[in-house]
Ligand binder design. Structure first.
Ligand SMILES: Cc1cc2nc3c(=O)[nH]c(=O)nc-3n(C[C@H](O)[C@H](O)[C@H](O)COP(=O)(O)O)c2cc1C
Length: 341
């Protein structure tokens, strides 16, 4: 295939973050060539699998995970590739530059990435503006977070700001308290602060007129007790469900030398090393509360991985690292494989 034999080897010689922007710039140009849009839209009809989750009809079960299109710049181009849903963000109230570069690294031996982007984004106002011109026929999720400088005691206000500004513009929300790259963020996964954030959103005035499902995105590194607390909070706050999972801070699965891994520095691992952790979290949640709705993400590269996540109890799946390693056909490939099951 063209991607595996030519495009990927070229891109993998470049700095990963530069490759990300170049790839999307090239696809933005290519997608405007007459006939290309028509061709892809037709192809996408073949993987249509309308799925009702949290009151929303998703055109198929495959989504693009948060962090790829943080600013909602490529929603139209990504929808053409067959994703049934695209999660934009994580967005914060004010724009912020993120961590110093380099901050994204490939670990091809493990089909993995390490990133410490740190919520680099244009801020919620810029995203809201772009969402006014969102593509039709694709579900858009808004993944929201807090600015780096906002202390945890005031974090709920940041989530509220993003929620209010995106309400009515996105189909579902994701409260991200699980990125390892914003200092202290994951402490918000604890019962009290989590309840404060989720209740404030779920029972917001805006939800009375137009209820928008809210999901909580969790880390794969939670202890069983912490997961139990989270399930309690999700149930108590009556939000729509859980996205499992974000990147892991565990590096034990990596087959690189200690020195190499240390030279990369801090960051979350995504891709194959997260697969079993994500599956385990999904299975544990389902065992404790079979009624909870779950979106599965972490190390999904093909239809077998997607089916494993769906069979474990996920209603939908998302990819990020698999998109980088497998290429732009991934939604099509998984879509066909799931349909064939
Ligand atoms: C470069 C990069 C940036 C990411 N940024 C975000 C983000 O802003 N918000 C978020 O919730 N998850 C973010 N993630 C996590 C992914 O959405 C996903 O949960 C995780 O990578 C596991 O899926 P994967 O193995 O398919 O990549 C990011 C992942 C990567 C690799």
């Amino acid at each position: 295939m063209l991607y595996q034999s030519i495009i990927k080897p070229l891109f993998f010689k470049m700095d990963p973050e530069k490759a990300h922007y170049l790839a999307m710039d090239l696809w933005t140009i290519a997608s405007k060539i007459p006939g290309v849009g028509f061709y892809y839209k037709n192809k996408n009809k073949q993987i249509a699998q309308p799925t009702l989750v949290a009151g929303i009809v998703f055109p198929n079960k495959i989504g693009l995970a948060a962090g790829f299109d943080k600013n909602g710049k490529w929603m139209h181009e990504l929808a053409l590739l067959g994703f049934g849903h695209i999660e934009v963000g994580t967005v914060t109230p004010l724009p912020q530059p993120g961590n110093d570069k380099p901050r994204l690294f490939r670990l091809p031996k493990n089909n993995a990435l390490i990133n410490r982007m740190g919520f680099n984004n244009d801020g919620v106002d810029a995203l809201a503006e772009r969402l006014k011109n969102r593509p039709p026929n694709v579900v858009i999720g808004g993944n929201i977070g807090k600015n780096k400088w906002t202390p945890n005691e005031e974090a709920y206000k940041d989530y509220l700001i993003c929620f209010e500004k995106l309400h009515g513009l996105v189909d579902y929300f994701v409260v991200n308290v699980s990125s390892p790259n914003t200092p202290g963020l994951r402490a918000l996964q604890e019962k009290e602060p989590l309840l404060q954030v989720l209740m404030g959103l779920q029972f917001h005035e805006l939800q009375k007129k137009q209820p928008i499902p809210i999901f909580l995105k969790i880390a794969p590194d939670l202890t069983e007790e912490a997961l139990e607390d989270i399930i309690d909070v999700v149930t108590q706050s009556q939000i729509a469900g859980i996205i499992a999972t974000n990147t892991t801070i565990d590096r034990q699965q990596l087959s690189y030398s200690q020195a190499h891994i240390e030279s990369i520095g801090a960051g979350g691992v995504s891709g194959e090393p997260v697969k079993h952790k994500s599956l385990h979290i999904i299975q544990t949640i389902k065992a404790k509360n079979p009624n909870l709705t779950i979106i599965g993400v972490g190390g999904i590269f093909d239809a077998d991985d997607a089916n494993a996540s769906l069979n474990a109890g996920a209603s939908l799946i998302q990819v990020y690292t698999g998109f980088i390693y497998q290429g732009p056909q991934i939604a099509q490939q998984i879509g066909k494989g799931i349909a064939a099951q």
